[in-house]
Design a protein around this ligand. Structure first.
Ligand code: HEM
Length: 460
C-alpha cells in the first residue's frame, strides 16, 4: 500500500512543472478574439473562472494574468530586475508615439533618463507648480455660463495638457490643445479594438490604418518640435525640465539629439496629461452621481478655503478631496493594466514561468476585489482612513504602478487633481446631463466613451 502511495505521488507533478489554469481559446488565435471583443469582461471572467494566476495564449505569445497583490508586488518590485516592459510597450505603435522616452526605455539608458528627470518632480519643485495649476483652472472656468452643458472630460484634457506643458517646459499650447486632444482621440480608436493583434504582428506595412496613424502622430510631433525649436531659439535657461534636458552632456561631451529630446518631451506630454484628465473626469462623474458626497466635498472647501484660492500649503487639510481622488482612481484607474515580460525563467506563485512570457496585472480587477474592499463597486471616499490604507496589502491599490518603474509624476498628479477639483468645486456644481449616459472605453487608458456631459451650476 505504502509502495502504491509512493508511485502515485511520484506521478503527481509539482506546481513548478505544470502550467497555471486558463482559457484555451481557439487553435491559432488563442484568446485574442475574445479579449479584443470585450477586454474588461475577459479580464474579469478569467479571474472568476481560473483564480489569481491565469495562463493563456495570444496567437503564439504566452501570457499570464496576475490578480493577487503578492504576485503583483513580486513582478513590479521584489523581482523587478527579471522583467522588462511588455511587448505592447515595445511595439511600433508606442515607438512611433513616444520613441525611447522614460516610459519605454530600458536598462542603463532608462536609469540615466530617470536620474535627469527626477529633480523636476521633487517636492520643492512641485510646490512651485501649484500657482500655475490654479491659474490655468480659473482661466478655463472664467467663461463657463450658468446652465450650459459641457463635456468635462474634454475640458480636463485641455486643462491638464496646458498645465504640464507650462510647468515642465515653460511653453504655452493654448492654441494647440484642441487639435492635440482630437488627434489623440483618433489615434487610440482603432488601436483599442485590435490592440493585441497590433502589438503581436507589429507589422510596418503601409495599410490605410498605418498611413492614417503616422499622419496623426506627425501632427503631435509638430507641436513638440515647435516647443523644442522655440527654446533653442530663445537660448535662455528657464530653470525647467526642458532646460535641464538641453544642458545634459554625456561623458564624451555630446548632447541629447533633437530626436531624443522629442521622445522625452513627447513622453511627458502624453503620460503627464491624459491620465490626470481622466481621474478628474471620472471624479466629476462620481461626484455628480452622489449628492451626499458632493455636499461633504463642498463643505470641506468652504471650511478650509472659503473664497480664497487653494495653495500648496492647503493640501494637507484638503483631506476629503484627496480621498475623492484616491477612490476615483480605485474605481476608474486611468492605467487599468500593466504589462511586463520575463527576461529569465522564474517562479510565480509556485508555477514556473518561462522567459518571454508576457505578464499582465490589472488595477481594474485588483482594486475592485472584495477580498480587499468592502462593497467594492461603491464610491466611498470615507473608506480611505489611515488605518485602512496601512492594513491593506501594498499592491491591492496601485494606480501609479510600483517598484523602480513607478510613475515619476505621482505627486505632481495628486497635487494637480486636488487643486483642480478644489478650484472648480469652490465655484461650481457639475450636474450630470441626464440625457448623456456615460460608458467606459478601455483604450490605452480607461476613457469615458463619449465624454462626461455636465450642466454647470454656480455655487454663489
Ligand atoms: C492620475 C495620473 C497618473 C496616473 C494614474 C499614472 C500612472 C502611471 C503608471 C501606472 C505608470 C507605470 C507604468 C508601468 O509600470 O509600466 C506610470 C509611469 C510614468 N508616468 Fe504616470 N501617471 C499619472 C500621471 C503622470 C504625470 C502627471 C506625469 C508627468 C508629468 C507622469 C509621467 C510618467 C512617466 C514619465 C512614467 C514612466 C516612469 C519610468 O518608467 O521611469 N505620469 N504612470
Amino acid at each position: 500500500m505504502r509502495e502504491l502511495a509512493r508511485v502515485v505521488s511520484a506521478g503527481k507533478k509539482s506546481k513548478a512543472q505544470i502550467r497555471p489554469p486558463g482559457p484555451k481559446g481557439t487553435p491559432i488565435m488563442g484568446v485574442m478574439r475574445e479579449f479584443n471583443r470585450d477586454s474588461l469582461g475577459f479580464i474579469e471572467r478569467a479571474q472568476r473562472d481560473y483564480g489569481d494566476i491565469v495562463w493563456m495564449r495570444f496567437l503564439y505569445v504566452p501570457a499570464l494574468f496576475l490578480y493577487h497583490p503578492n504576485e503583483i508586488e513580486y513582478v513590479l518590485a521584489t523581482n523587478a530586475k527579471n522583467f522588462i516592459k511588455s511587448m505592447s510597450l515595445r511595439s511600433n505603435f508606442f515607438q512611433r508615439l513616444v520613441g525611447n522616452g522614460l516610459l519605454t526605455s530600458q536598462g542603463d539608458e532608462w536609469k540615466r533618463q530617470r536620474r535627469l528627470t527626477s529633480p523636476a518632480f521633487h517636492r520643492e519643485r512641485i510646490a512651485g507648480y501649484a500657482g500655475t495649476m490654479v491659474d490655468y483652472t480659473k482661466r478655463l472656468t472664467a467663461n463657463w455660463r450658468e446652465g450650459e452643458t459641457r463635456d468635462v472630460h474634454r475640458d480636463m484634457m485641455r486643462l491638464t495638457l496646458e498645465i504640464v506643458v507650462r510647468c515642465l517646459f515653460s511653453a504655452d499650447v493654448s492654441n494647440d490643445v484642441d487639435e492635440v486632444g482630437a488627434t489623440l482621440g483618433e489615434l487610440v480608436k482603432p488601436f483599442a479594438r485590435q490592440a493585441t493583434l497590433k502589438w503581436i504582428l507589429n507589422n510596418r506595412l503601409p495599410t490605410p490604418y498605418h498611413i492614417h496613424f503616422h499622419r496623426l502622430a506627425k501632427k503631435i510631433d509638430r507641436v513638440v518640435y515647435r516647443i523644442i525649436a522655440e527654446r533653442h531659439a530663445g537660448g535662455s535657461d528657464k530653470g525647467d525640465l526642458l532646460s535641464t534636458l538641453l544642458a545634459v552632456r554625456d561623458e564624451d561631451g555630446s548632447q541629447m539629439t533633437d530626436r531624443q529630446l522629442r521622445d522625452e518631451v513627447m513622453t511627458l506630454f502624453l503620460a503627464g496629461h491624459e491620465t490626470t484628465a481622466l481621474t478628474l473626469a471620472w471624479s466629476w462623474y462620481l461626484l455628480g452621481k452622489d449628492t451626499d458626497i458632493e455636499e461633504k466635498f463642498h463643505a470641506e472647501l468652504d471650511e478650509v478655503l472659503g473664497d480664497r484660492d487653494p495653495t500648496f500649503a492647503d493640501l494637507p487639510r484638503l483631506k476629503y478631496t484627496e480621498k475623492i481622488a484616491k477612490e476615483s482612481m480605485r474605481l476608474y484607474p486611468p492605467a487599468y493594466g500593466l504589462g511586463r515580460e520575463a527576461i529569465d525563467d522564474c517562479e510565480i506563485g509556485g508555477y514556473r514561468v518561462p522567459a518571454g512570457t508576457q505578464v499582465f496585472m490589472f488595477q481594474w480587477s485588483t482594486q475592485r476585489d472584495p477580498r480587499f474592499y468592502d462593497r467594492p463597486g461603491e464610491f466611498m471616499p470615507d473608506r480611505w482612513t489611515d488605518q485602512f490604507a496601512e492594513q491593506m496589502p501594498r499592491y491591492a491599490y496601485f494606480p501609479f504602478g510600483g517598484g523602480p518603474r513607478a510613475c515619476i509624476g505621482a505627486s505632481f498628479a495628486m497635487m494637480e487633481i486636488i487643486l483642480v477639483l478644489a478650484t472648480i468645486g469652490q465655484r461650481f456644481r457639475l450636474e450630470l446631463d441626464p440625457n448623456h449616459p456615460v460608458s467606459i472605453y478601455p483604450a490605452m487608458s480607461l476613457r469615458p466613451k463619449d465624454g462626461v456631459k455636465v450642466v454647470v451650476k454656480s455655487r454663489d
